[in-house]
Design a protein around this ligand. Structure first.
Ligand code: C2E
Length: 740
């Protein structure tokens, strides 16, 4: 039912949504024109649409779900949106079989006028208001029955196929029938090369010479389009199996002029009494028309007519697919519903044409703001949706929401009107263990309502905790970019100590962020944000410069360690084009040698790098800087990188050191690493040494092993680091750190 008045929907439901009973059943004398079949007694299923566009969406969705509507009651007096003629025209564009009962007023233009607009059409029945219960019911019954008949008529080709299949068995005798058949019949000998032993003359309609085909040992190559060859080969291979039955495949058949037509190929194996394959018999039917229509429907069914975006049905289908993929390990995703605040007001004030312009503009802006891997859709009148395809963490979804809001906030000039809009956004981010795509969609809707309820122009996650965490991340990311200029970063230094002597060999530079309100923030929090938000380039340069400056200070004081270690991220190794030049410049600026610097790269980062993508490490090596593999043994303990990057140090992972005193296998791994490294002339630094047992275990491996950890010193400020360097060595204090 398509009508903008709720009362009409209620009345119609009363009449149609329950089985015919004595109250509504026509007395036999009152129903002379229609035979009431038993199915008339069934209740109809009725859906309501209050505007033409909504109806179109429903019809499209029903088609997509393969549950098309039989008929629609359309009111001639809809005050909003498309008028009845526009509505019917668009419905028929997507579903030509839809039957329509037009509910008109006696004062409406006569039938002829309407017919001119719509074309005299046998899919249309005009009812005059006030509607009579019986008339309504009969219109529904008769149009549904007519729709059913139309469908059945459309099924004719498959009846024909059944007929032709029967004919196949009489093939040898009935050549005459074959020649008149509208489809192509064929027989193959049942041996693996499947020689073609018969093909009907109609193959000429595809531009092929029958005799040449029959003589060709590679007939399949001539008939089947190369793209579908594998499919056809596989079908033929299957038919050789003992219990294979008849089947059907669709493929593109090459025509004589080099074009292609879609065909359906139905075939059956013919076996002897022992089950041996003797022949394969089949028919080929041209289905190009059907395919084109299917493609068109799929295209229409998936697209929102006004904006050209994906529509609700195809959005839901994509979310379901993303869900299934995420469950199988694909990248997690997020769903965002974006509803325009006060769209109805704008629509009412400026009129529908401007409203439509606005919706198109919004669609364009959202499409622009989203990434290529995101799907943007219009899911109802003023609500859009984005399926964020690549969401590493919920903060990415929050960042996208903020970006969409910013995109919509810019003023729109529409038909001379300066229109300002804002949007409320509901977000649901996939987390492992989620129950299903539909639940996620529902929860996105709840989140959207919450955003609206809280006053609009904001985004809201489905869960409060996620909401807070994601907001914090986004806020930190915003603040991070200015933090360097505001002088909120500090470098701390952690000594690297030779185990046998306690001498300080090096200092590792470790960044800290003194946040004005949150206090000290650890690098584990801000480095990943900086990497994702592009602040890493500036932060990395700042660390490099500060570390070099500090080394200069120590050198001037005559206390400089052998080297200062600087951590690198994947960004510096792949994304920072000028990194090697930055290093050379910093070294020159602070009058150091490149060999004063050591660059630490984690084993995990190296594993993510492909050879082709980073020549930064070899270039740093070339410059004279040292290279260390950080967190060595945390996952791979592979010596492959050691050779490949001409590494100077291995820094054994803290996790391995921690396990070493409890787990003999970890202790053995450490001994093996130390032995192998020393035999290759590579230094070893044990990370995170906290206890005397750990220190003693390491000291026993090799006299040259170095260590870093709270057992000696935590990362300290520049002044304290200078003091330690003046001291020159750190003796592990007798009181600290025994495990228990
Ligand atoms: P990392 O390079 O492995 O640095 C060692 C980390 O272990 C430091 O944490 C240090 O404070 C901590 N640590 C040292 N000794 C002990 C110990 O005995 N026990 C325990 N439990 N921890 C110890 P921090 O400073 O939080 O740094 C964490 C990571 O952040 C670093 O790991 C490094 O990968 C990264 N990072 C720190 N500063 C920078 C920087 O300036 N640039 C880059 N790219 N990454 C940095």
């Amino acid at each position: 039912m398509i009508d903008d008045k709720a009362a009409t929907h209620q009345n119609l439901r009363k009449i149609l949504a329950r089985p015919l009973d004595s109250e509504t059943a026509p007395a036999t004398t009152e129903a002379p024109f229609f035979d009431e079949t038993p199915s008339d007694r069934a209740a109809f299923q009725i859906d309501s649409a209050y505007q033409g566009r909504e109806a179109l969406e429903r019809v499209v969705q029903a088609l997509a779900e393969n549950k098309p509507y039989a008929m629609a009651f359309v009111d001639t007096h809809m005050l909003h949106g498309w008028n009845c003629v526009q509505t019917i025209e668009r419905l028929w564009q997507v579903d030509p079989t839809l039957q329509v009962a037009l509910c008109s007023l006696p004062s409406d233009p006569p039938w002829g006028t309407l017919a001119r607009h719509l074309g005299a059409d046998d899919r249309l029945l005009i009812l005059k208001k006030p509607l009579n219960n019986i008339e309504v019911r009969q219109a529904a019954s008769v149009l549904t029955a007519k729709w059913q008949m139309t469908k059945e008529a459309a099924l004719e080709p498959s009846d024909l196929e059944a007929l032709v299949e029967e004919r196949i068995h009489a093939l040898a005798e009935a050549n005459i029938i074959v020649r008149n058949s509208p489809v192509i019949l064929y027989r193959l000998r049942g041996v693996p090369s499947f020689p073609l032993i018969y093909i009907s003359h109609d193959i000429a309609t595809f531009g092929h010479d029958r005799a040449a085909l029959l003589a060709s040992p590679v007939w399949a190559n001539e008939l089947v389009a190369p793209e579908d060859q594998a499919k056809v080969d596989a079908a033929l291979a299957r038919i050789l199996e003992q219990d294979a039955e008849g089947a059907s495949i669709e493929f593109r058949l090459r025509t004589g002029d080099g074009a292609c037509r879609w065909v359906e190929n139905r075939y059956v194996p013919v076996r002897d009494n022992d089950g041996r394959l003797i022949e394969v018999e089949g028919i080929i039917i041209d289905i190009t028309g059907r395919k084109t229509a299917e493609e068109k429907i799929a295209r229409l069914a998936g697209t929102d007519a006004l904006t050209g975006l994906a529509n609700r049905a195809s959005f839901i289908a994509q979310v379901r697919q993303a869900f299934a993929a995420a469950q199988h390990g694909a990248m997690p995703f997020a769903i965002l519903f974006v509803a325009l605040d006060d769209f109805t007001l704008i629509n009412d004030r400026l009129g529908h044409p401007v409203g439509n312009l606005l919706l198109r503009e919004v669609a364009e802006r959202l499409r622009h703001a989203a990434q290529e891997s995101d799907l943007v859709a219009r899911v109802s009148g003023d609500t859009f949706a984005v399926l964020q395809g690549e969401m590493i963490e919920p903060a990415n979804a929050a960042a996208l929401a903020a970006k969409l809001q910013a995109a919509l906030a810019a003023p729109c000039l529409l038909d001379g009107n300066d229109v300002r809009i804002s949007a409320s956004i509901g977000i649901r981010a996939y987390v492992p263990g989620d129950r299903g795509a539909d639940v996620m969609l529902m929860q996105t809707d709840l989140a959207l309502r919450r955003a609206k309820h809280e006053g609009g122009n904001r985004y809201h996650f489905h869960s409060d905790e996620l909401d807070q965490a994601a907001r914090d991340r986004v806020a930190l990311a915003d603040e991070l970019s200015g933090a360097i200029d505001r002088g909120e970063f500090e470098l701390r230094y952690q000594p690297e100590v030779e185990l046998s002597s306690g001498n300080i060999l090096g200092m590792e530079a470790l960044a800290r962020w003194h946040h004005p309100t949150r206090g000290l923030i650890a690098p584990g929090v801000f480095i990943p944000i900086a990497e994702r938000d592009g602040t890493m380039a500036a932060l990395g340069r700042w660390v490099l410069d500060q570390a070099c400056r500090q080394m200069r200070v120590w050198r001037d004081e005559g206390v400089a360690p052998l080297m200062i270690a600087i951590n690198l991220t994947q960004f510096e190794l792949t994304g920072a084009q000028t990194f090697v030049r930055d290093v050379a410049e910093a070294v020159a600026k602070w009058r150091l040698a490149a060999s004063d610097l050591e660059f630490d790269v984690t084993e995990a980062t190296l594993a993510r790098l492909s050879w082709a993508r980073s020549d930064i490490l070899p270039q740093l090596h070339e410059l004279g800087a040292k290279i260390a593999i950080d967190d060595f043994g945390s996952s791979y303990a592979s010596f492959e990188y050691v050779k490949a990057y001409r590494v100077n140090h291995l820094k054994i992972a803290r996790s391995l050191i921690h396990r070493s005193t409890r787990d003999p296998e970890s202790a053995a791994t450490i001994r093996a690493i130390v032995t192998l490294a020393h035999s290759l002339g590579i230094g070893v630094i044990a990370q995170g040494v906290e206890t005397e047992q750990q220190r003693a275990l390491l000291a026993a491996t090799n006299r040259a092993t170095s260590a870093q950890g709270f057992r000696f010193s935590e990362a300290v400020g520049a002044d304290r680091a200078s003091e330690l360097l003046r001291q020159g060595h750190i003796a592990p204090s007798a009181t600290s750190g025994s495990e228990g």
